[in-house]
Design a protein around this ligand. Structure first.
Ligand code: GLU
Length: 305
């Protein structure tokens, strides 16, 4: 297995030169496009890693998976479903072109920015600082990595330039979908996107989703199976931006990418995967990361289809 992962990293590293590191958040443009890390953990808890798997990067949209989970755990499926839908939007993650249809929950999902910003309101906490702290605690708990923290430089960079997300949050308010202060909601969202993780942390989180919320390494049930089903289904149809259909063909399992170059892959009943390669394709997915997952899927027959 280790030889396979090393071979995949060797084959896919050159894709770094063909993609583009995200630069709309200025701090992210400093990432090295040649980085590629891969880590998988199987149902027996055996971990296999290759390349730059220990490097930390900001989770960005990968954290939307846990924003959704915590909103489900805190507020239940009914409230989550009434605020955001589950259909793929067919639009980029940060679109605010909803002009062809009124902005309603049914036409956003938890994996686009609008949906994730809205779901921050369903996380319990007296203040948005507390909501964020609970999200960070959950991320540490599921990843088994107590060192996870916010990358303050990326957070400041995103906050300074995040006017599109500001527009989305105010649009949610304008359409009556959220009632809290938009800037406070965004504070939680910006901080959430700036949480740092590495491939091993993503693989451990994914492993729990792959086993109905159970941590197979300890036997502990970490969250209700029904929430794993909800999140995994959403990742399958919406997790890879508007490239989710293509990833269903190429990888064939639920996954979530982020513009920091991370991808978390959930292979139901089999394994959790973390990949990191910061150069992105046109849709915002890690170019080398998607290619690595495709090769891994072919080699280990991971597609659920
Ligand atoms: N923090 C990023 C943003 O809101 C997350 C985007 C992403 O990873 O898709 O623009």
């Amino acid at each position: 297995m280790d030889a396979l992962l090393q071979d995949i990293v060797r084959q896919c590293r050159p894709y770094g030169a063909l993609g583009k590191v995200a630069n709309y958040i200025p701090e992210l443009s400093k990432a090295d496009p040649d980085k590629l890390g891969l880590c998988l953990i199987d149902s027996e808890g055996s971990m296999h890693c290759a390349g730059d798997w220990q490097d930390y990067f900001t989770m960005q949209s990968v954290i939307k998976t846990l924003i959704l989970l915590l909103a489900l755990m805190d507020s239940g499926i009914g409230r989550v479903r009434s605020l955001v839908g589950v259909e793929a939007t067919g639009k980029p993650f940060d679109t605010f072109n909803y002009s062809d249809q009124a902005l309603t929950g049914a036409n956003i999902n938890p994996m686009v920015n609008t949906g994730a910003i809205a779901l921050c309101t369903l996380i319990h906490g007296e203040t948005y600082g507390e909501k964020f702290r609970r999200l960070l605690e959950l991320t540490r708990y599921l990843s088994g990595d107590d060192t996870l923290e916010v990358d303050e430089a990326v957070y400041r960079s995103e906050k300074a330039t995040g006017n599109k997300n500001r527009a989305l949050a105010y649009m949610l308010k304008a359409y009556g979908m959220v009632s809290d202060d938009a800037d406070e909601i965004l504070e939680c969202y910006f901080r959430a996107c700036s949480i740092k993780a590495n491939c091993a942390a993503l693989a451990r989180i994914a492993l729990v989703f792959a086993h109905h919320g159970r941590d197979v390494t300890t036997g502990e049930q970490r969250f209700a199976p029904i929430y794993a089903r909800y999140v995994n289904a959403t990742l399958m149809t919406c997790g890879m931006y508007d490239g989710s259909g293509e990833f269903a063909l190429r990888g064939g399992f639920p996954a979530k990418s982020g513009v920091g170059g991370g991808i978390m892959g959930v292979v139901p009943g089999r394994m959790g995967i973390g990949v990191f390669a910061p150069a992105l394709d046109k849709k915002g997915n890690s170019l080398a990361g998607v290619n690595a997952l495709e090769l891994l899927s072919e080699a280990l027959e991971l597609s659920v289809f």
